[in-house]
Design a protein around this ligand. Structure first.
Ligand SMILES: C[S@@+](CC[C@H](N)C(=O)[O-])C[C@H]1O[C@@H](n2cnc3c(N)ncnc32)[C@H](O)[C@@H]1O
Length: 225
């Protein structure tokens, strides 16, 4: 999954013409996944920044948020954000809260949501317009659990979309069969279309030469389209 990183605070700056957004994301010296920003998060954050005018007032849930760069960007762009990570990983939930505090967002709710588990927290969620997931498709054993949760949320919110970035780490990576099984469809979003086909993004060199893709997943209609 890449080399361990140092703790500390990483700074990000997204710009477009005269508009700019500066953020601080604290990281933790630990090899666990949800302790620092992954390259996919910078790409998803860039997508949110470029589409910021459509985020105002949108109800956004980030799953597997870790240190929550995309969720923090969405909140700064005017979305009503809820952050979540596994209920079994309290340190990751603490990281979500630390990132909010570091960016003067003390009121963002943080929930324990474990993929594939229909918990009271999942059942009690308020309506959602957009679900965010950055680098959540990293271990094929979790793919079905993730899509179970996504399907549950999209069934309750049929207009909603799942905006997700993933890193291609193996040639046989595929969720096509699972999307079909769960009656979901995906649209591939070229990185070039939102200026993310670069090694440096948001003042960060994290994207580097990693192969990162973005897709938007939604419910397939009953006729399969
Ligand atoms: C590769 S990290 C990505 C973190 C963050 N989204 C990013 O891109 O910087 C995967 C994240 O998924 C979370 N996670 C792992 N298993 C999970 C599960 N079963 N349910 C919910 N979250 C999980 C981890 O705690 C971690 O935050």
């Amino acid at each position: 999954m890449g080399e361990p990183r140092r703790g500390g605070v990483r700074r990000y700056r997204f710009t477009e013409g005269p508009a700019a957004l500066a953020l601080r994301i604290p990281e933790v010296l630990d090899s666990q996944y949800g302790m620092y920003v992954w390259p996919c998060a910078v790409v998803l954050a860039q997508y949110l920044w470029v589409h910021r005018s459509s985020l105002l007032g949108k109800r956004v849930l980030e799953i597997g948020a870790g240190v929550s760069l995309p969720g923090v960007v969405a909140a700064k762009c005017g979305a009503e954000v809820t952050l979540s990570d596994s209920e079994e990983l309290p340190q990751c939930l603490r990281n979500c809260r630390r990132s909010c505090l570091a960016n003067q967002l003390p009121h963002i709710p943080v929930l324990g949501l474990t993929w594939g588990r229909v918990s009271p927290e999942l059942l009690a969620l308020a309506p959602i317009d957009i679900i965010l997931g950055s680098d959540v498709f990293f271990d094929p054993k979790d793919f079905e659990d993730i899509l179970t949760t996504i399907y549950f949320l999209l069934e309750k919110n049929p207009h909603a979309q799942f905006w997700t970035t993933y890193q291609v780490r193996s040639a046989d990576w595929s969720i096509e069969a699972l999307l079909c099984k769960w009656k979901l469809k995906s649209i591939h979003v070229p990185l070039r279309s939102f200026g993310a086909d670069k090694e440096h993004l948001g003042s960060s060199s994290l994207p580097g030469r990693h192969t990162i893709e973005m897709m938007i997943i939604s419910l397939a209609r009953s006729d399969g389209t």
